[in-house]
Design a protein around this ligand. Structure first.
Ligand code: NAD
Length: 297
């Protein structure tokens, strides 16, 4: 069997278009654009690239972005002061503090200073709690939300399926498990201490790999016909000297021989993350303004 390749780019384009339409409706209804504040502390090149692409995506969806680039030696108190100002700013619907923060800052304290209703990354403990108890007010982390979107588009009803999520991070693994549980999957969370992971993975109808280990999940780990979602983004040496390439946590070609459907890297989960950031921002704007939830998002 050769698995269907799940096209995350196309799915992300659809979500971005819906977010753009909702942003236009918001502007027509309220007289102001949806606003996203992005905060970058220091000059980490990867973070600069991420922030730039998020801001470009915002512009394409006719949302406004307000960018704050702070020097690496900014004090935590100054950053908390900025977060407080953004919380109080009516033009700001979403606040994104790019992680990682410099080591002299406590990232959890900074994230938890964000108004949960503007926490469009969904990392605040209040949003984690809302997700855990099934509160629809939750803003859900963008990457697992994007994975769920792809899974529902591929499989429709997920109820009763056995989902194995490899990885238990607060930003991917745990919220992914919560989302699948809310869809009435039987969910197993696997991690670095899990025994006989290949055998466990082989039981999965839905296998989500969010580990950060290049091509760890092999074809032999995949149940025939399973749907495989590869969250991993790993840069490895390329075929030519000094060239690198991106691979996922799943060994694509082997897994694609067994799976029913699989996301590639790049072009699978990655594009969904920014699309879901736009979705969360426009949804947060609607909620804050008392407008009904935007259609299709
Ligand atoms: P993390 O390092 O916080 O968590 C990794 C998890 O994998 C941990 O819970 C750990 O228990 C588990 N793990 C580690 N080694 C293992 C092993 N040998 N067997 C089983 N489990 C093991 O990482 P994260 O932030 O959750 O990210 C995971 C991957 O997803 C990374 O490659 C990251 O780059 C990628 N990622 C992609 C996106 C995207 O937009 N596509 C977003 C976030 C993260």
């Amino acid at each position: 069997m050769t698995a269907k390749r799940i096209d995350g780019k196309a799915a992300a384009a659809d979500v971005r278009a819906s977010a753009g339409r909702a942003a236009a409706f918001f502007r027509a209804s309220t007289g102001r654009p949806v606003g996203l504040a992005t905060v970058l502390v220091g000059e980490d090149p990867a973070s600069e690239v991420y922030i730039r692409s998020k801001r470009v995506a915002c512009g394409e969806a006719a949302m406004e972005s307000f960018h704050y680039a702070l020097p690496a030696d900014t004090s935590e108190a100054d950053l908390l002061g900025l977060v407080a100002r953004l919380n109080a700013d009516p033009a700001v619907d979403g606040i994104l503090v790019q992680l990682p923060l410099p080591s002299h800052m406590d990232a959890a304290r900074v994230i938890d200073a964000i108004n949960p209703d503007k926490d469009v990354d969904g990392f605040h403990v209040v949003n984690a709690g809302r997700l855990a108890v099934g509160d629809p007010a939750a803003l859900v982390p963008c990457t697992p939300l994007g994975c769920l979107h792809l899974l529902k588009a591929e499989l429709g009803d997920l109820s009763g399926k056995h989902a194995v999520v490899i990885g238990r991070s607060n930003i991917v693994g745990k919220p992914m498990a919560m989302l699948l549980l809310a869809e009435s999957c039987t969910v197993t969370i696997a991690h670095s201490r899990t025994r006989d992971l290949p055998a466990l993975a082989r039981e999965a109808d839905i296998l989500v790999a969010a580990v950060g280990r290049p091509e760890m999940v092999r074809g032999e780990w995949v149940k025939p016909g399973a749907t495989v979602i590869d969250v991993g983004i790993n840069r490895v040496a390329g075929a030519e000297p000094r060239k690198t390439r991106l691979v996922g946590d799943v060994a694509y070609s082997g897994a694609a021989e067994v799976a029913g459907a699989i996301t590639p890297v790049p072009g699978g989960v990655g594009p969904m993350t920014i699309a879901m950031l736009l979705r969360n921002t426009v949804v947060a704007a609607h909620r804050r303004s008392g407008l009904p939830a935007p259609e299709g998002l």
